[in-house]
Design a protein around this ligand. Structure first.
Ligand SMILES: C[S@@+](CC[C@H](N)C(=O)[O-])C[C@H]1O[C@@H](n2cnc3c(N)ncnc32)[C@H](O)[C@@H]1O
Length: 164
């Protein structure tokens, strides 16, 4: 796919959102009304930074946005997650997701976001490991799974992590 012209200027999404002419467009109500009337999932082609997609999402409609600009889409995602107040009974971060966060500020933000989206009495389940190069890569130089299957069990229908 060829690069999007919207990705040529750094932070173009920020610029786009601050163009008064775009911000003042009167089309939002129309598209939101049509989305609600559709009574089903909505797909927005070329959703950009979410100028239309976000107001549709706020009504509770299920909406998917496509865009070939990485910058526009990233800004749309950020805006969506910043205002999302959805809560979940269970939040999972399987296969060492937390260990992809290598700085304490990133880890703190991660936990704060989890807390913000966890329903009262909800559970957050994640797994981490102690990196051990010798255990991961043996003499054959190939990566091996180092978590024994017996560490995962489902006594209640939900997988539970056993501690060592
Ligand atoms: C004028 S903006 C409109 C954005 C949004 N629909 C709105 O109303 O604010 C056009 C958007 O279409 C996207 N776009 C242009 N060509 C595209 C293509 N071939 N495939 C997907 N998205 C495309 C751009 O990246 C940009 O985000």
């Amino acid at each position: 796919m060829s690069a999007s012209s919207y990705d040529v200027i750094p932070d173009f999404g920020l610029l786009y959102d601050n163009v008064p002419l775009y911000a003042a467009r009167k089309d939002i109500g129309f598209y939101v009304q049509e989305a609600v009337a559709a009574r089903g999932a909505v797909l927005e082609l070329g959703c950009g930074t979410g100028r239309i997609l976000l107001p549709i999402a706020r009504t509770g409609c299920s909406v998917v946005g496509l865009d070939n600009s990485r910058q526009m889409l990233a800004r749309c995602r950020d805006k969506l997650s910043a205002e999302s107040d959805a809560t979940f009974s269970l939040i999972i971060a399987p296969f060492r997701i937390a260990q992809h966060l290598t700085t304490v500020p990133d880890q703190m933000r991660f936990l704060a976001d989890v807390l913000r989206h966890l329903a009262p009495a909800g559970r957050f389940i994640f797994d981490v490991f102690t990196p051990n190069f010798a255990a991961l890569v043996g003499a054959d130089g190939v990566e091996h799974e180092d978590t024994h299957p017996s560490r995962w069990c489902a006594p209640t229908g939900l997988n539970r992590v056993r501690t060592r």
